[in-house]
Each structure stands twice: as structure tokens, then as C-alpha cells.
Design a protein around this ligand. Structure first.
Ligand code: ADP
Ligand code: ADP
Length: 232
């Protein structure tokens, strides 16, 4: 099954001599229950592609499909609902609320949506990510790796159909990175989570099922079940 699909996506900035094709005809299927890495040089269109797939940005032409839904058919309100109910995000800078505890941060997407947490699912996620004894801590009382694991739990707590991670290990040392990546991998293997991760790091990409390479706004290569040496 396909969790998300980019259909002949173009994102064009400016015009004439100053035209920039951030996306220059990208067609890509993201398999359900797969962990996909997007790699490529700076400026190759990784962020733009992820933002379009996540319904945070609108392509100049082409379309994005999340599950069975074509985003071009949705009005703003329906897009907001889709983002809230079906998409989870993990950012490089964690983006936790400093005044809230880990527990409150994890539950924030549900609180904002006015939904009731599924306690069993909350416990499953918290245990899987190894945060049971940190739930009362604020972000400033936690290491970077712990904060990013809180952010991962927050991304999963609303059972999104797809999680987008933008350089999730970019601010972490190798030990913390490994913990975060191991959790993301486990969430794919044990919960069937679909994850798309932008990364510069070959070690991070080696945790994925598939690596898609962008250059100049196009998909130029793809590897399945990569090992580190293939990516470097
Ligand atoms: P990456 O994430 O791979 O570094 P981006 O998706 O951020 O690449 O950018 C792709 C190209 O689009 C780059 O040339 C970038 O400068 C350009 N770009 C991105 N956003 C804008 C914007 N808002 N206005 C103009 N150009 C942009
Ligand atoms: P990232 O590190 O995630 O690739 P960037 O630093 O490339 O992010 O871009 C940060 C923000 O600036 C994004 O919202 C992007 O769309 C915008 N941006 C990137 N390049 C340009 C550009 N040439 N002109 C205007 N905005 C840009």
C-alpha cells in the first residue's frame, strides 16, 4: 500500500533569469510501513519536497496524495484537519514547549485537538522510547537525545498515518542519534509506522528501508535496504 505519493511535483520560485526550480518534476511513492530517507546536496529540494508531502507547502503544479486523499482537492480547513489527524512531525531543533513537562509535551497534539489520549497507546509509545522515568521533567532538565525522544513520542501519540522527520539527528551526538534512530526503526517494525526522514547523515540513512537521492529538484537515484558504505 502507498501512504503518500508525490505526483509530478514542480515548485518554482521567481521567473525568467531568476527562476529556481526547487522541485523539477518529482514523482515518488512512499510505501506504507516503510522508513524512507531523502538525501541530497544542500539546495537540492529536500525541504521543499518534505513540506509539500506534509501539506505545509503548496506545489506550483502536480499533486500530493496522503492515503486516498489528493491535497489539491482540499480547502484550507480540511488541510489543517488532515495535518493534525494524519501527519506527525519531528524537527531538528526538537521544538518542545519549554514550560511543559515531557508528558504534557507528548500529549500536546491531542490537547490542542481536544481529543482524549488512548492511555494504552500512550504507555506503549512512552515505554518503547524509554521515557517512563522522565515524564515529569521539563525540556531544560533533559539531554538533547531525551528531548528528541520526547518529540518522537509526541509525533506518534496521535497515531498519524505518516511521520515526517527533518534532520532529526542533526543536533545530536552519535549516542543520542543512535537512540532516536533505533526508536524510529522500532516504530516502523513494531507499530507499522510510515516515516519519511530528511538527513545528511549516512549512518542515519542506513537505518532506513529505502534512500531516495535528490539533485537539482529531481529524484536521481534510489537504494533499497542500504548499508552505510553504499551511501557514503
Ligand atoms: P534542501 O532542503 O535540499 O537544502 P530546499 O528545498 O531548501 O533544498 O531548496 C531548494 C531550492 O529552492 C534552493 O535553490 C533554495 O534556495 C530554493 N528555495 C527554497 N525556498 C525558497 C523560497 N521561499 N524562495 C526562493 N527560493 C527558495
Ligand atoms: P533547511 O536547512 O531545512 O534546508 P533552509 O535554511 O534551506 O532550510 O531554508 C529555511 C527557510 O528559508 C525555508 O522556509 C525555505 O523555504 C526558505 N528559503 C530557502 N532558500 C530561500 C531563498 N533562496 N529565498 C527565500 N527563501 C528561501
Amino acid at each position: 500500500a502507498v501512504a503518500a505519493r508525490a505526483i509530478d511535483l514542480y515548485k518554482i520560485y521567481g521567473s525568467g533569469d531568476s527562476e529556481v526550480r526547487a522541485l523539477d518534476g518529482v514523482t515518488l511513492d512512499i510505501g506504507a510501513g516503510e522508513f524512507t530517507a531523502i538525501m541530497g546536496p544542500s539546495g537540492s529540494g529536500k525541504s521543499t519536497l518534505m513540506h509539500c508531502l506534509a501539506a505545509l507547502d503548496t506545489p506550483t503544479s502536480g499533486d500530493v496524495q496522503i492515503g486516498e486523499t489528493r491535497l489539491s482537492r482540499l480547502r484550507d480547513k480540511a488541510l489543517t484537519t488532515l495535518r493534525r489527524e494524519q501527519v506527525g512531525f519531528v524537527f531538528q531543533a526538537f521544538n518542545l514547549v519549554p514550560t511543559l513537562s515531557a508528558r504534557e509535551n507528548i500529549l500536546l497534539p491531542l490537547s490542542l485537538a481536544g481529543s482524549k489520549p488512548d492511555q494504552a497507546w500512550f504507555d506503549t509509545v512512552v515505554d518503547s522510547v524509554g521515557l517512563r522515568d522522565r515524564l515529569g521533567h521539563r525540556p531544560s532538565q533533559m539531554s538533547g537525545g531525551q528531548q528528541q525522544r520526547v518529540a518522537c513520542a509526541r509525533a506518534l501519540v496521535s497515531k498519524p498515518s505518516i511521520v515526517f522527520a527533518d534532520e532529526p539527528t542533526g543536533n545530536l551526538d552519535s549516542t543520542s542519534s543512535a537512540e532516536v534512530l533505533a526508536f524510529l526503526r522500532r516504530s516502523v517494525d513494531e507499530f507499522g509506522q510510515t516515516i519519511v526522514m530528511v538527513t545528511h547523515d549516512a549512518v542515519a540513512a542506513s537505518y532506513c528501508d529505502r534512500v531516495v537521492f535528490l539533485a537539482d529538484g529531481r529524484v536521481v537515484d534510489e537504494i533499497r535496504d542500504p548499508d552505510r558504505d553504499q551511501i557514503l
